[in-house]
Design a protein around this ligand. Structure first.
Ligand SMILES: NC(=O)c1ccc[n+]([C@@H]2O[C@H](COP(=O)([O-])OP(=O)(O)OC[C@H]3O[C@@H](n4cnc5c(N)ncnc54)[C@H](O)[C@@H]3O)[C@@H](O)[C@H]2O)c1
Length: 398
């Protein structure tokens, strides 16, 4: 479907940046909020981000003004009547989002697409309050959306293929990297990241380690560009807690983050935004201070295994449930979580037989959450051991 004009509903942190992306791509966009002060703030933010591009020589001042004219800042229903797509970015509450979807359903042309930027709520439950559930999908941008390139395009149970295809094409027009995901709690990136964060949190408590210990090993062993505790503090521990609760309810104990995260949230230690989380940010530098007693090499190896294999296991579950293919999962984890390699490419490199043996040992110690997935066992049985045999999750020249 050709998208000639877009509406973004909710002009907060995410909505303002999403509208910016459309303006930069020269696609007319209405940025809608119920609060005109927030619209003024969004306008200022978008201008600042564009000025940044001007300063880098990527945009002339005249072009900046033209792009800014592509955005209509509005509090009025009438401005939504001729849009082909609305992306909702109001606060994360299902009843609120359902109310917004009903309004959009009433206002927009019958074939218009209604999309949600939700991080964790069900697209199908939003679709079900409209009379066009087949034209409802998720379009999940990542923070900060003016720089992060991943967009998870989420298909609900009734979403038309034409709708996901349109959102994929449109994301590409925005110079983003779309991956299609069949709906499940946490989609790809949050589900895989939270599985490894919960594993690391439990490991930290078992072994009485500090966040510095763990973040130091995770970054020096290049498992992730950012330690999980620096990342959680940046994200907001309240957000991490809410997501972990949703995922624990959906998938069970493997998403149980242990006691510390909840305790920090109850004390209102929410990370960078409150000056205290796993780290203290009271000093002027806002950089976590590095200590510390290094972990012994056995502990380090155990951390590496638990972090990376928890990630691999969750990615394998997504694959086996048919939520996304291995390529999409790897792309999502690189573009959305900054990993140097996706979990399947990393497994191919390490050797699928090696991973299989490690998982066997881990499942004996920790139970089912590390039982080798059948998609791995079948490959190993067929002699597909990854890069060294030319075939694993991907194909290689040997
Ligand atoms: N902030 C993030 O890091 C992030 C990342 C990815 C996805 N998300 C998701 O994006 C959505 C928005 O998050 P945010 O952080 O931008 O929230 P926010 O609180 O910054 O902004 C929400 C905006 O919606 C407006 N709003 C409320 N009711 C409205 C209505 N009926 N009509 C129009 N506008 C209305 C509010 O005035 C506010 O400006 C949430 O679903 C969140 O889960 C957030």
């Amino acid at each position: 479907m050709y998208v000639k004009k877009v509406a973004v509903v909710g002009a907060g942190t995410m909505g303002a940046d999403i509208a910016y992306n459309f303006a930069i791509a020269n696609i007319p966009v209405v940025l809608r909020d119920i609060d005109s002060k927030i619209l003024a703030k969004a306008q200022e933010h978008i201008r600042d981000v564009m000025k940044g591009r001007v300063a880098k020589g990527r945009l002339s001042t005249a072009e900046m003004e033209k792009r800014l004219e592509k955005i209509q800042f509005s509090t009025q229903d009438e401005d939504l009547l001729d849009v082909s797509l609305a992306i909702e970015a109001v606060p994360e509450s299902l009843p609120l989002k359902q109310k917004v979807f009903q309004e959009l359903d009433r206002l927009l042309p019958p074939l218009a697409i209604l999309a949600s930027n939700t991080s964790a709520l069900s697209i199908t439950e939003m679709a079900n309050v409209t009379i066009r559930p087949e034209r409802v999908a998720g379009m999940h941008f990542f923070y900060p959306a003016h720089t992060m390139r991943l967009v998870e395009v989420i298909a609900g149970t009734e979403t038309d293929k034409d709708v996901t295809a349109t959102l994929v094409r449109l994301s590409e027009e925005l110079r983003k990297i779309p991956v299609v995901v069949h709906e499940c709690p946490g989609f790809v990136v949050n589900r895989v990241l939270m599985a490894s964060l919960a594993e690391v949190l439990r490991f930290k408590e078992e072994q009485h380690l500090s966040p510095q210990d763990i973040d130091g090993v995770v970054t020096t062993r290049k498992l992730s560009p950012m330690g999980p505790f620096v990342l959680a503090d940046a994200l907001g521990l309240d957000v991490a807690w809410d997501v972990s609760q949703i995922l624990q309810k959906a998938y069970g104990e493997r998403f149980n983050p242990g006691d510390e995260l909840g305790a920090l949230v109850r004390q209102h230690h929410l990370g960078v935004k409150t000056g205290q989380g796993f780290y203290s940010y009271q000093s002027s530098s806002k950089e976590p201070s590095l200590n510390a007693e290094p972990m012994n090499s056995e502990q380090q190896d155990e951390l590496v295994n638990r972090f990376s294999l928890a990630m691999f296991m969750e990615a394998s579950r997504l694959l086996e449930e048919g939520r996304a293919d291995q390529q999409s999962i790897d792309i999502a984890m690189r573009a959305g979580a900054g990993l140097a390699m996706g979990p399947f490419a990393a497994a191919d490199k390490m050797g699928l037989d090696v991973i299989y043996d490690k998982l066997q040992g881990m499942s004996q110690r920790f139970g089912d959450r590390f039982t080798p997935p059948s998609s791995l066992a079948q490959r190993v049985a067929r002699g597909q051991r990854g890069e060294k045999t030319g075939r694993g999750y991907f194909h290689y020249k040997i």
